[in-house]
Ligand binder design. Structure first.
Ligand code: BCO
Length: 287
């Protein structure tokens, strides 16, 4: 049986893990592996049987990485090998100590048209579908938990799994004329890559019902798309950005008392640290 990864957090807490360490641990490695009988390697091999396209990662010196969904001849649909690529790129980002931001985009002027329907057809039995679903839930949960501030840059269409991918980022920026649409209903499906759970947390259950039940095109008024402000240029050092992400993540995923403890622990890592001391020194009026 598949249960929420939240139960994983609580089970470990009962065993006495400090929360900060737990969140750090949780943001690396497979979300399902220790609790569920999910063999990631076996699924990876199955998915590799559906090749085509790539997911490319460019880590820049600025600390901002760009992740590109690249399969233009199929409107950037996810083939099986691209799902494996995605998981590998997320692992690389988990190990990137100097990062502070991530832009997720599609190649050639469109975002992503979801699962490759050729692969979907070939694995349309429930067992294989569930395995693919767990694999993608794991990869996208870990993407959302990266200690980087992430933005889905949506140009053109983000459909089905492509719409789900946008919810695995902290923010969504939509170019004019672009579309985010959970078209699953038209395919006789519901989201399976964690997109429903994340959507409810972003827009609330009523708007999530409208977007999923009506397969509506996202109206910017609904609050799924955002304007991200100035976080990419200048601003505080990587370490502070990563700390910001950590307190927001704990606020979102942990019960209040545990989130407060995590916030205190993270606060302890930035208080009196070089960036804090530099900022204090620059406030000459308050010496
Ligand atoms: C849990 C995940 C669930 C899912 O993601 S289910 C998949 C949900 N996605 C969809 O249903 C989108 C299916 N595609 C479409 O509706 C249309 O192709 C789309 C994206 C609106 C674009 O329409 P048009 O601009 O008219 O272009 P087109 O249809 O000729 O497409 C250009 C080429 O791209 C291909 N393509 C687009 N989306 C694809 C997909 N998801 N899987 C496989 N191939 C796909 C399409 O077949 C066409 O290829 P070709 O030129 O005929 O060889």
């Amino acid at each position: 049986m598949i249960t929420s990864d939240v139960s994983f957090v609580h089970a470990n807490h009962l065993n006495g893990y400090p929360m900060l360490r737990l969140l750090q641990r949780q943001s690396r490695g497979c979300v399902y592996s220790s609790v569920h009988s999910f063999n990631q390697q076996e699924v990876r091999e199955k998915l590799q049987a559906f090749p085509g396209g790539s997911v490319d990662l460019l880590k820049q010196e600025s600390g901002i990485a760009v992740l590109t969904i690249n399969n233009p001849s199929r409107m950037n649909a996810f083939t099986g090998s691209m799902m494996v690529d995605l998981e590998e790129r997320v692992s690389q980002l988990e190990g990137w100590a100097d990062g502070k931001g991530l832009i997720v985009q599609g190649a050639a002027g469109t975002f992503c048209s979801g699962s490759d329907l050729n692969a979907v057809r070939a694995i349309s039995n429930p067992q294989d579908g569930m395995k693919m679903c767990i694999f993608m839930q794991d990869a996208l949960t870990r993407l959302l938990r990266l200690p980087l501030i992430s933005v889905a840059l949506v140009e053109g269409r983000a459909l089905g799994g492509g719409a789900e991918l946008t919810t695995a980022c902290d923010f969504r920026l939509m170019a004019s004329g672009s579309v985010i649409q959970f078209v699953h209903k038209h395919m006789g499906l519901v989201p399976g890559w964690g997109g429903a759970a994340r959507l409810v947390r972003i827009v609330g259950s009523q708007d999530a019902l409208k977007l999923l039940g009506g397969a509506l095109k996202v109206d910017p008024e609904v609050g799924l798309a955002d304007w991200t402000g100035r976080w990419t240029s200048g601003g505080p050092p990587d370490r502070v950005i990563r700390a910001v992400k950590k307190v927001v993540l704990s606020g979102r995923e942990l019960p209040l008392s545990e989130a407060l403890r995590t916030e205190k622990d993270v606060f302890g890592t930035v208080w009196g640290a070089p960036a804090n001391l530099r900022a204090l020194a620059s406030k000459s009026k308050h010496k």
